[in-house]
Design a protein around this ligand. Structure first.
Ligand code: TRP
Length: 455
């Protein structure tokens, strides 16, 4: 087995799968997917999302894994190694910028999750009505001091794990805990499905109303597919750089995409029946998860305990996903700027706290900074939109063009078939076809229509 000397790698195939999954499964699945699906029309949004993961996200995931394992470097070093000339390193730098933008608002939401753990422990959700849930959420978000403190806690936890290099240990824990989170979500699903009027929620989630597909719906679904699968900024390149030489990367991508989608769907099935049954609005935005899940648990035996466990596990999922975003910045600073890991983590954490506070204070309707707008958006929405809807898809487009048109095809075939040991020529052909002729075309169409060049 070919192993690079100075870099650690994941030890086995199953470790590779779970590590990658621990990056992709996070708030994107549990918080963002349901809230965007609710806001952008349910089934139609889901359909565009599924099209986008097959034709856009999968080819890009495979490309990122290829770049990472081929070079065994951080994203910026990787592009430099494959092509020292040309502008390609820009993809790496854009990735650093996206990483920061995502962390600014992601850490705010992670902070809300932490605060819900303690609310659940204190029994705040006992016997509450749906109106109370709205108030509890509004108060949590508006703060102003507590949400900032929770955000700093969330950032500190990630930083400490990264500094002490206990990543391996954390990966072992997540491998055990992810199935538990899945079981809890499934318990919620079952309870939700038995609520009166639950079927309206299922219809909302799965029934496609083609008339609700607009440009904005397409853009949001596409952006979500990048966000949820950690694509377009180098996270998967970084993970690929730790992959073992005998891993079947195309198969791993498929498994990761399917599992990640499954977790999102199960979260949706827990939330939407409840939304309709409790007479809430599916399009109410970022509070959707926070207002429904505690109410569903309150109708389950031992729900008071289960809801605590649910928020703890969600916090862990958010933490491991955040680690994978931080890791891109830290790998860059340590490998390209030759600073120690401690200093790299400190620099990134402080930056995230400073700007992240802007995101936190601008969230919610009555937030301290919610009336300040950047390009018509609050800081929170600005960081979110610029990263998910512009930087990540743009990074993806450049990666598709780079791998599809500028790299040696033989080399790609060799790497993806593990020097010919895997008999997967047909699937590699399909991948290369999508990557060259479908993925970039779809992305370009979306971009051009976004800036109004095509209708
Ligand atoms: N995919 C993660 C989630 O769903 C978030 C995430 C981790 C991410 N790494 C990323 C998003 C890289 C974009 C790019 O919560």
């Amino acid at each position: 087995m070919k192993k690079s000397l100075e870099r650690e790698s994941f030890s086995t195939g199953i470790a590779v799968f779970f590590a990658t999954l621990s990056s992709t499964v996070g708030l994107g699945n549990i918080w963002k997917f349901p809230y965007l699906t609710g806001k952008y029309g349910g089934g139609a949004f889901l359909l565009i999302y599924l099209i986008s993961i097959i034709f856009v996200a999968m080819p890009i995931m495979i490309s990122e894994l290829y770049i990472g394992r081929r070079t065994r470097k951080n994203p910026i070093g990787a592009f430099a190694k494959l092509r020292s000339k040309g502008p390609w390193k820009i993809i790496g730098y854009m990735g650093i910028l996206s990483a920061f933008f995502i962390l600014f608002f992601y850490s705010a939401v992670a902070g809300w999750i932490y605060s819900y753990i303690f609310k659940a422990i204190r029994g705040v959700f006992n016997g509450t009505s749906q109106k109370d849930m709205q108030n509890i959420f509004d108060r949590t978000v508006t703060g102003p001091i507590p949400p900032i403190i929770w955000q700093i806690v969330a950032i500190a936890v990630v930083s400490l794990i990264l500094v002490f290099g206990v990543k391996k240990g954390i990966e072992r824990i997540t491998k055990l805990l992810m199935p538990v989170l899945l079981i809890l979500i499934i318990i919620c699903d079952i309870r939700s499905l038995f609520l009166p009027g639950a079927m309206d929620g299922i219809k909302f989630l799965f029934k496609v109303d083609f008339s609700s597909i607009t440009k904005e719906v397409v853009l949001m679904a596409l952006g979500l597919s990048f966000f949820k699968l950690s694509l377009g900024m180098g996270t998967i390149i970084t993970y690929g750089s730790y992959f073992t030489a005998d891993n079947n990367m195309i198969a791993t991508s498929g498994k990761v995409v399917i599992s990640d989608t499954l977790v999102s769907l199960l979260a949706g099935i827990a939330i939407f029946p409840a939304v309709f049954s409790f007479g809430m609005q599916p399009e109410q935005g970022p509070g959707l998860l926070f207002m429904t899940i505690p109410l569903v648990f309150s109708k389950i035996p031992f729900g008071g305990l289960l809801v605590i466990v649910f928020f703890i596990l969600t916090a862990i999922a958010a933490t491991t996903a955040m680690m994978s975003i931080f890791e891109v910045v830290v790998a860059f600073i340590t490998e390209e700027r030759k600073l120690s890991r401690k200093v790299a983590v400190l620099i990134s954490a402080v930056t995230v706290i400073i700007f992240g506070v802007l995101a936190t204070l601008s969230a919610g309707t009555s937030g301290f900074l919610s009336s300040i707008k950047v390009f018509g958006l609050t800081f929170f929405d600005f960081f979110d939109s610029v990263s998910s809807n512009i930087l990540l898809p743009l990074g993806g487009l450049l990666i598709a063009i780079f791998v599809g048109y500028f790299l040696n095809k033989q080399d790609i075939r060799r790497e993806l078939s593990n020097d010919g040991t895997l008999k997967n020529t047909a699937i590699i052909n399909a991948y290369l076809f999508l990557l060259r002729f479908v993925t970039p075309v779809l992305l370009l169409i979306v971009f051009l229509s976004m800036i109004g060049i095509i209708g």
